[in-house]
Design a protein around this ligand. Structure first.
Ligand code: 13P
Length: 257
């Protein structure tokens, strides 16, 4: 990817309620001169408090926030759901779509992820589309087939391709399911190989826009392995789960970018 710094994104999952989210910004230490692009995905209910405290800490221009999921409709009888416009109203700039926990625990399908990416782009926010194979698929040699299917379901939409071609922000995250929350990290070589597959498909489908889409790696990233992963070819940043919950660890990962 061409562009400024590496992307360092933290996905808090269902951790850090409003009180803990508010306590986070004052504990962050962003190294002077860091060019990292920093994103945080708190639980939706903690987002307003986090933003207020980022502002108070003078970090609101430095750190963007997003939500971990949205519904593809803008409003209506969808108990428990959040729409893109609601997320935008409280200051979210990004939306995670198709995280493996959404796919595997909540049964979200490829078709639903495509609808969600379309809705996020229509709402003017940046989708972060997560793709990744599980252990059985890796052992069966199906990594390429699985991640390309997950990506192509989204890029098959002409409206989505047009929006990306016109410069809308979009990020991809390669998160092998077997590496999420397991302490088992993909090697930098594993990550590079998968990212190269995704990159060539982005170029095939989006032409000159393809090289500009950041591809993040996620799965047991921590302060000790983040530097090596981010130095690997085609790795434009990291999407961090567990290690993003601790402001000190997250600050060290930012420092490694
Ligand atoms: P861990 O860093 O806890 O493995 O989680 C990765 C992840 O799922 C980020 O979205």
């Amino acid at each position: 990817m061409t562009g400024p710094g590496k992307v360092v994104a933290g996905n808090w999952k269902m951790n850090h309620g409003p009180r803990e989210a508010r306590a986070f910004p004052s504990q962050l230490r962003i190294p002077d001169g860091s060019s990292a692009e920093i994103l945080l995905f708190p639980p939706a209910i903690s987002l307003v408090g986090l933003r207020e405290e980022l502002e108070r800490a003078g970090l609101a221009d430095r750190i963007e926030v997003g939500v971990q999921n949205v519904h593809f409709e803008d409003s209506g009888a969808y108990t428990g759901e959040t729409s893109v416009s609601m997320a935008a109203e409280v200051g979210a700039s990004h939306v995670l779509v198709g995280h493996s926990e959404r796919r595997h625990i909540f049964g979200e399908t490829d078709a639903e992820t495509a609808k969600k990416v379309g809705a996020v782009l229509r709402g003017g926010l940046a989708p972060v589309l997560c793709v990744g194979e599980d252990l059985d698929e890796r052992e069966a040699g199906r990594v390429e087939e699985v991640i390309l299917r997950q990506l192509e379901t989204v890029l098959a939409s002409e409206a989505i391709r047009a929006s990306l071609g016109a410069g809308a922000r979009f990020l991809l995250a390669y998160e092998p399911v077997w590496a999420i929350g397991t302490g088992r990290t993909a090697t930098p070589q594993d990550a590079s190989a998968a990212h190269a597959v995704l990159r060539s498909h982005l170029v095939e489908r989006l032409g000159s826009r393809g090289p500009q889409i950041p591809i993040l790696y996620g799965g047991s990233v921590n302060p000790d392995n983040a530097g090596d992963l981010m130095s690997a070819a085609e790795v434009d940043g990291v999407l961090v789960g567990g290690a993003s919950l601790d402001a000190g660890d997250f600050s060290r990962i930012i420092g490694a970018a």
